[in-house]
Design a binder for this molecule. Structure first.
Ligand code: UGA
Length: 450
């Protein structure tokens, strides 16, 4: 089928590239001239495993094209995705200006083209309930084009977005037109393994499904994070509790990992938006407020633990931060727990050194020379009074800990992601403080032994 994707950011690019890989002809529209040039030179502007290769393959074959011109991109289009950002405003409400701008441009192009066949507009962006209906009414008023609107929320995770797109748990389509539903069914046919995984519903239900999914996942994390307080107070282990409840099929094992708080471009934004969507209808949503409060507190609690267990004043102490990305396998630092933790440490007068395999350049823009930057965890830890581990990069669990302990001022690790092995910590002479798990309070002082 002929597909146009407006917005070649993260979601648009993954969607366009994957649809091209399914055999559709895809035109991506990008307004930012710098990004467009990169795309037209065959470079992928975002870091996402597997995306660059797939993009280059289909760009080279002509199945995937990029342009800055909406009208020319819409000429043949049967399906038009709107995949522009809906970032949060300062007050937590959703900034709809990009989506409104894209909707207006598509409308103008449809009027100018005056095509006779049906065009389905697919809203991929995460939008408050009622947005798709408004867009449909707007298009109906402004154009005689044969146009339908469907909501198609995305459930991609950064780091596994290509796989998530090509092997979805479910595809949710909101709308009112059986014809548009059939068009979407055809479009996604190669990746629909079971009929019940393709779901159609009202626009508003699809819009709220997206917020509900992210808020539910964030709630699970905040719940487990709140449990870490009890675990630490009673000497229990949150990892045992995770296994103990995750094996109950009614609960399931996913998104129960405790740590120093969730981040990213989605959970914080969508949970905050849900609070405002509730307020807009006069409802104070205590549940989503609690999810956010726990997440904020968890980062403060992590720093408080450093203050209490450091064994020296935090002011003037050197803390090595391992991991800056909001999670492993991405260079994205948006709402990363590392931002708040570094800020709190700096406020308390600590010297912060930082390292990350992918996200260092992005974090440098934020903290500049307030932080010392290191190419790897070993050099960041040398001479430090403690390590604060904030991203679950798998390579951090296999570092040469004995060597690291010997070069530190005092061998202490605060593990904000519970990703190191307690036995390894004990055997290599570390004081080890995970989240909601028993600490390792070593009496071994490796430094004096080497
Ligand atoms: C999230 C959702 O998982 C996707 O389904 C959704 O499509 C996407 O938001 C979106 O709305 O676009 P993403 O933000 O890429 O995806 O990242 P996640 O893998 O969900 O992780 C989010 C945060 O939760 C990370 O900071 C991660 O470290 C944290 N997390 C995750 C935990 O603290 N514990 C867990 O058990 C899982």
């Amino acid at each position: 089928m002929d597909v146009t994707v407006i917005g070649c950011g993260y979601v648009g690019l993954v969607t366009g590239t994957c649809l091209a890989s399914l055999g559709h002809t895809v035109r991506g529209v990008e307004k930012d001239p710098r990004k467009l040039k990169m795309l037209q030179d065959g470079h992928c502007p975002v870091f996402e495993p597997g995306l660059q290769e797939l993009m280059q393959e289909h760009y080279a074959s002509g199945q995937l094209q990029f342009t800055g011109n909406v009208k020319s991109a819409l000429k043949e289009a049967e399906v038009v995705y709107l995949a522009v950002g809906t970032p949060p405003k300062d007050d937590g409400t959703v900034d709809m200006s990009f989506l409104e701008g894209a909707g207006k441009e598509v409308c103008d192009a449809l009027v100018a083209l005056n095509n006779e066949y049906m065009v389905t507009i697919v809203v991929k962006s995460t939008v408050p309930a009622g947005t798709n209906r408004k867009l449909y009414n707007f298009l109906k008023q402004q154009t005689n084009a044969y146009v339908q609107v469907v909501s198609n929320p995305e459930f991609l995770r950064e780091g596994s977005a290509v796989k998530d797109f090509l092997e979805p748990d479910r595809i949710v389509i909101g709308g009112e037109s059986p014809e548009a539903f059939r068009m979407m069914r055809r479009l996604y046919d190669p990746i629909i393994k079971r009929e019940e995984h393709f779901m159609t519903m009202a626009w508003e239900s699809a819009e709220l499904t997206k917020y509900a999914a992210n808020a539910m996942l964030a709630a699970r994390i905040s719940f487990m994070n709140e449990m870490t307080i009890l675990c630490e107070a009673y000497g229990a282990d949150i990892e045992d509790i995770r296994k103990g409840i995750g094996t109950d099929f009614r609960i399931g094992p996913a998104f129960l990992r405790a740590g120093c708080g969730y981040g990213g471009s989605c959970f914080p934004k969508d949970v905050a938006a849900l609070e405002h969507i509730s307020k807009a209808v006069g409802h104070e949503n205590l549940f989503v407020e609690a999810i956010q409060t726990v997440n904020k507190n968890q980062k403060q609690r992590f720093v408080q633990k450093i203050v209490e267990k450091l064994g020296r004043p935090i002011e003037g102490a050197t803390i090595a931060v391992w991991g800056l990305a909001f999670k492993a396998d991405t260079d994205d630092i948006r709402e990363s727990a590392a931002i708040d933790v570094i800020r709190y440490l700096l406020e308390k007068g600590a010297h912060v050194r930082a390292t990350d395999p992918k996200a260092m350049e992005n974090m440098k823009q934020l903290f500049k020379e307030q932080v010392e930057w290191f190419p790897d965890p070993v050099s960041a830890a040398a001479g430090a009074d403690a390590v604060a581990l904030l991203t679950d990069w798998p390579q951090y669990s296999t570092l040469p800990f004995r060597k690291i302990a010997a070069t530190m001022n005092q061998p202490i690790i605060f593990d904000g992601r519970n990703c190191l092995h307690r036995d390894v910590m004990r055997e290599t002479g570390f004081q080890y403080y995970p989240m909601g798990r028993p600490a390792v309070e070593n009496t071994l002082r490796l430094k004096t032994r080497v």
